[in-house]
Design a protein. Structure first.
Length: 168
């Protein structure tokens, strides 16, 4: 299995958005965040053969980021998972991941610290932050078979700028 961990793109400022009456779950991407993510998603197509399963958290900014990735990869269906939200249920997410086919490429669009904790769990067997994942950044972890704690290998971790700078 190949697992892409993708942090949502740049969203509205949390404090400013809250001052308008919006909730954190409703915060949308900003135009610059969309633009940068579109370029990053297009470059990602040349690093990964395809995506078999695309899942995201239920928060708006993650869904909007997943929609950009879905379009870049041929209008993929998107599965929303509550356990992808910040501080979601890692055990539930891990069970779901282990149920995915061993030959699949799965992309998860979410938030910090959830993605970083998941990466730690899959790479070293303990849910602890190991990497810094900026908004729009991507990590690729691969497995010999299904995803299991401590069985993952870090193939690469790209900042958003590195991702956008890759050649077609």
């Amino acid at each position: 299995m190949q697992l892409l961990l993708i942090r949502h793109a740049i969203a509205e400022d949390a404090v400013e958005f809250a001052s308008t009456g919006g909730t954190d779950a409703q915060r949308p991407l900003i135009d610059m965040g969309r633009k940068k993510m579109r370029k990053g998603a297009n470059r990602l197509r040349f690093q990964v053969q395809g995506i078999d399963v695309l899942a995201c958290s239920t928060l708006r900014r993650a869904r909007e980021t997943a929609e950009i990735i879905a379009l870049a990869f041929g209008d993929l269906p998107i599965l929303e998972r509550p356990d992808m939200a910040p501080y979601g249920d890692l055990d539930s997410l891990l069970v779901w991941l282990t149920e995915q086919p061993a030959t699949s490429t799965v992309a998860l669009v979410g938030h910090e610290p959830q993605l970083n904790l998941l990466a730690g769990l899959l790479l070293v067997g303990t849910p602890r932050p190991l990497l810094s994942l900026k908004k729009g950044g991507v990590i690729l972890i691969d497995f010999d078979a299904r995803a299991e704690p401590g069985a993952g290998r870090l193939r690469w971790a790209l900042t958003p700028a590195q991702l956008r700078s890759l050649k077609d």
